[in-house]
Design a protein around this ligand. Structure first.
Ligand code: GDP
Ligand code: IMO
Ligand code: MG
Length: 421
């Protein structure tokens, strides 16, 4: 088996959900390997929009197996809500969705701590989605986690209470009021919902299926520029969003990795705080937000918008070993008279191509391209795309050395152009 990986190359929201759904027919297993309900993956099927937070984006294909991997942090309350919103009976969904026993749980205390930490940071806040991600991964790394496989334990409640006691002690240092009881009830309902599903050592299952020739698609969450190691720390999430994270987050061996599909928007967005070299704080940025409907799928926050950043894209390609590029939201650029792309930075007046580790200020240097007028959402053949868009794609390929093999021209499953190069 070769396991392919699909992940975001920018600051998240590149359109991963849509594309995973569109290419799921080529796979047997679709598996999330990191992140948690901070993710919001949108798919549009027959004009109906769905947003997934924890459940892999292959779930709308009834014949596919979906796995929530050990690298994911699961909030049971969010899980339950998402399962109920999906539509099919729980028994049916339980046939096609399996949870790793090793996945850590997000506890109610984690959510409270996330909010308390953010509140205490004031204007230095990360802009967290407040889903408890940071504190849950902190407890995992600190070996104080509570894992999915433990929900069947006769002493589960005791362990939960011990963890809660720790969290309440930590919360005492903050001037922060909360209503725990309200949230706990939904959390325990979620635990009961999780018991309807198979919770197992999914790494064995994956390797068994691999030996039978089955194909797996690993679905990333967030994006490379939000990676705990390689993103703009501390303005990052708390997991490994890069291709290596698919190995640790699912138990894949590096030998199994086949293609690494890197997704990027034809421009850039970021939600939350942190550096964004090509951010547009003017009418053009506002126009991108309006045309691209750039509002967070999880929190509804307006996304910051800017031009494509090629040095950052090349960095993400390098770290991930990207073999194919998928460009989304190309349709959003239709109608712009000119389009800019950042090709290098200025740092203290000097030209440079590297992102500074300490987020020190850099200025983007742009190359300008003529835009195109045509509406492109109905186009399915690459050669029918406007010449100026094809030039733009060719430039990206030249600058990155990686072919763009898929172009997304709308949010719908079928609004996708596959290209042989
Ligand atoms: P994800 O987190 O990477 O799955 O991306 P999100 O779902 O958070 O954000 C992407 C948004 O863009 C969603 O609203 C998608 O429905 C939408 N989208 C995806 N691909 C395209 C595209 O090619 N064109 C347009 N106009 N919208 C798209
Ligand atoms: P998908 O999978 C975009 C951002 C938050 C914040 C930072 C840390 O939909 O692409 P966290 O809640 O993880 O502690 O927040 O990361 N962030 C995302 N931005 N898309 C996401 O997921 C994100 N998940 C987290 O806005 O800046
Ligand atoms: Mg998203």
């Amino acid at each position: 088996m070769k396991a392919d990986i699909l992940l975001g190359l920018q600051w998240g929201d590149e359109g991963k959900g849509k594309i995973v759904d569109a290419i799921s027919p080529d796979y047997d297993i679709i598996a999330r390997f990191q992140g948690g309900p901070n993710a919001g993956h949108s798919l549009e099927i027959n004009n109906v929009k769905h947003v997934l937070h924890l459940i892999p984006s292959g779930i709308f294909h009834p014949d596919k197996l979906n796995i929530i991997g050990n690298g994911v942090v699961i909030d049971p309350a969010v899980f339950r809500k998402e399962i109920l919103e999906l539509g099919p009976p729980v028994k049916e969904l339980a046939k096609r969705l399996i949870i790793s026993a090793r996945a850590n749980l997000i506890l109610p205390g984690h959510r409270l701590l996330d909010a308390a930490y953010e509140h205490s940071k004031g204007c230095a806040k990360i802009g967290s989605t407040l889903r408890g991600i940071g504190p849950a991964y902190t407890d995992k790394a600190g070996r104080n986690g509570l894992r999915a496989g433990e929900i069947f334990s006769p002493v589960f409640r005791e362990i939960y209470n011990a963890r809660l006691k720790n969290h309440l002690n930590l919360l005492k240092q903050f001037d922060f009021t909360f209503d725990l009881a309200d949230y706990e009830a939904g959390w325990f309902e979620g635990i009961e919902m999780m018991k309807e599903f198979r919770i197992m050592n999914t790494e064995y299952l994956i390797h068994r299926m691999a030996s039978e020739g089955k194909k797996l698609l690993a679905e990333g969450a967030q994006g490379t520029m939000l990676d705990i190691d390689f993103g703009s720390y501390p303005y990052v999430t708390s997991s490994s969003t890069i291709s290596a994270g698919a190995c640790t987050g699912l138990g894949l061996s590096p030998k199994m990795i086949g293609e690494v599909f890197g997704i990027f928007k034809a421009y850039c967005t970021r939600v939350g705080s942190g550096p964004f070299p090509t951010e547009l704080l003017d009418n053009t940025g506002e126009r991108l937000r309006e045309l691209g409907l750039e509002f967070g799928a999880t929190t509804g926050r307006p996304r910051r918008c800017g031009w494509l950043d090629l040095p950052a894209l090349r960095y993400a390609i390098m770290i991930n070993g990207v073999t194919q590029l998928f460009m989304t939201k190309s349709d959003v650029l239709s109608g712009f008279s000119s389009i800019r792309v950042c090709t290098s930075y200025l740092s203290g007046g000097e030209k440079c191509f590297e992102l500074p580790f300490d987020n020190s200020p850099i200025e983007p240097v742009y190359t300008e391209f003529p835009g195109w007028e045509a509406e492109i959402s109905r186009i399915r053949d690459y050669d029918e795309l406007p010449g100026n868009l094809r030039n733009y794609i060719r430039f990206i390929e030249e600058q990155t050395g990686v072919p763009v093999t898929m172009i997304s021209v709308g949010p719908g499953r079928e609004e996708t152009i596959f290209r042989k190069v």
